[in-house]
Design a binder for this molecule. Structure first.
Ligand SMILES: *[C@@H]1O[C@H](CO)[C@@H](O)[C@H](O)[C@H]1NC(C)=O
Length: 366
C-alpha cells in the first residue's frame, strides 16, 4: 500500500512521483523510500462546515461499532466541523436487531446513537426492511401473507419506536428495485406483494412521527429505468397517502464514470414532493492509485456534491465511512478501493477538496 507524502503548498497540481530507472526501461518508484508522492487535500474548511454554509442540513459518515475503539479515527468522526450526522453501517439491520422472532437486540445501535448524541450529530436509521442481512428465520419460516405482514409491521414498529425522537430519518425500505425499475424478488414481494412497502411505511410513521421516512436504493443516482421505477412508486404511494418523506440515493459510484444527469434526477425526485439525500456516497477506483485517478476522483466528488448543492430539496450527504481503512469496497469489489476522502492512514485526499468545491458551487464538471 502507498503512503501519502505531506507536501507543502503544492495545491493539487504538479505532484509527481520521483522515478529512477531500474534496469532497462524500468521506471518503478524509487525503491529507497518505498513511498510514492501522491497529491493531498489542501482545503482548511470542514465538510459539515461547508455543507451548512451551502444551506444543507448535514454532512455525515457511516460508521460501525468495531471502529469506535480507534482513537485517531473517532477524533475525526466526532469532529462536528467534519460530520454532523452519523449512519450505523450494520447495527440497525434486521439480522442485528431481531435475530429471532420477537427477540430484539438494540445494543449496537444504542452505542452508535450515544456516540452521535455526545458529538451533537444527527442519526439516520438504517434500515427496517431489506432482503439482505435479513435474519434467516424470516426467509426460512414459510410464513403466509398475513403472518409476514404482521412480522414486517412488528419489526418496523419495534426498531423505530426504540429510537423514537432520536432519529433524523429512517431508511424504511432498502434496495427494493431491480435495475429495470420493477420490484426486486424477495420473501416480502413473493409472500405479500408490493404492499409490504406500504405496511412498513405506515408502521414507521406510527412508531415515530418525527422521523423522516425514506426509500433508499443504489443505481438511482442518475436518470434511467430504475429511477423511473422510483418515481412511479413514490407517486403511487403519495396518491394512497402512504407516509413517505424522502428518497435516498446510495451513490456507490466509480471514478471516471458517473451516471448521467444526477442533478436532473434529484429534481425529478423533489418534484414529487419529497426531500432527497445522498446516503452512502463513495467513489471507487481500480487499483493501483495514481495521481491522475485521484484528480479524477476529486472532480467526481465535486460533481456529485455539486448536484446536491444545486437542488434545494437535497438536504444532506453521507459518505459510507470516511476512511479507506474501513471501506467496504475492497472486500466486495476485488482490485478496487481508495473510494473515500481520507486514505487508510487518515490523510485527506484530493477528494476532500472536491467535496468542498462541490458545496461552494464553484466547480461543476459535467
Ligand atoms: C396479501 O394480502 C393482501 C391483503 O392484505 C393482498 O392485497 C395481497 O394481494 C396478498 N398477496 C398475495 C401475494 O397474495
Amino acid at each position: 500500500m502507498f503512503a501519502y507524502l505531506s507536501l507543502l503548498a503544492l495545491g493539487q497540481l504538479a505532484v509527481t512521483a520521483v522515478v529512477v530507472p531500474i534496469g532497462h526501461g524500468d521506471t518503478r518508484p524509487q525503491a529507497s523510500t518505498g513511498v510514492r508522492a501522491l497529491p493531498i487535500a489542501t482545503s482548511p474548511v470542514g465538510l459539515s462546515q461547508a455543507a451548512k454554509a451551502a444551506g444543507k442540513l448535514y454532512f455525515g459518515s457511516a460508521t460501525d461499532n468495531y471502529h469506535l475503539t480507534d482513537g485517531p479515527y473517532i477524533s475525526i468522526l466526532s469532529d462536528q466541523l467534519q460530520f454532523n450526522q452519523i449512519t450505523p453501517g450494520n447495527s440497525m439491520k434486521w439480522d442485528a436487531t431481531e435475530p429471532r422472532r420477537g427477540v430484539f437486540n438494540f445494543a449496537g445501535g444504542d452505542e452508535i446513537v450515544a456516540f452521535a448524541r455526545k458529538s451533537n450529530q444527527l442519526v439516520r436509521g438504517h434500515t427496517c426492511v431489506w432482503h439482505s442481512q435479513l435474519a434467516p428465520w424470516v426467509t426460512q419460516g414459510n410464513f403466509d401473507n398475513s403472518t409476514l405482514q404482521q412480522i414486517v409491521k412488528d419489526h418496523t414498529t419495534a426498531v423505530v419506536s426504540h429510537w423514537k425522537g432520536q432519529m433524523y430519518a429512517w431508511d424504511v425500505v432498502n434496495e427494493i428495485f431491480n435495475e429495470d425499475g420493477t420490484f426486486r424478488q424477495s420473501v416480502f414481494l413473493d409472500t405479500i406483494g408490493p404492499s409490504y412497502v406500504e405496511v412498513a411505511f405506515r408502521a414507521a410513521r406510527e412508531a415515530d412521527p418525527s422521523a423522516k421516512l425514506y426509500l433508499n436504493d443504489y443505481n438511482i443516482d442518475g436518470l434511467g429505468a430504475k429511477s423511473t421505477g422510483v418515481v412511479n412508486l413514490v407517486r403511487s404511494l403519495k396518491s394512497s397517502n402512504v407516509p413517505i418523506d424522502g428518497i435516498g440515493l446510495q451513490a456507490h459510484l466509480i471514478v471516471g464514470s458517473l451516471p448521467p444527469n444526477i442533478q436532473e434526477n434529484l429534481e425529478q425526485f423533489t418534484n414529487l414532493g419529497v426531500e432527497v439525500a445522498i446516503t452512502e456516497l463513495d467513489i471507487r477506483m481500480t487499483l493501483p492509485v495514481t495521481p491522475e485517478k485521484l484528480e479524477q476522483q476529486r472532480k467526481d466528488y465535486a460533481s456529485v456534491i455539486g448536484a446536491c448543492n444545486a437542488v434545494k430539496g437535497c438536504v444532506g450527504v453521507t459518505i459510507w465511512d470516511f476512511t479507506d481503512k474501513y471501506s467496504w469496497i475492497p472486500s466486495v469489489f476485488a482490485g478496487e478501493g481508495v473510494a473515500l476522502p481520507w486514505d487508510e492512514n487518515l490523510e485527506r485526499k484530493p477528494a476532500y477538496d472536491g467535496i468542498i468545491q462541490g458545496f461552494t458551487g464553484q466547480v461543476l464538471y459535467k
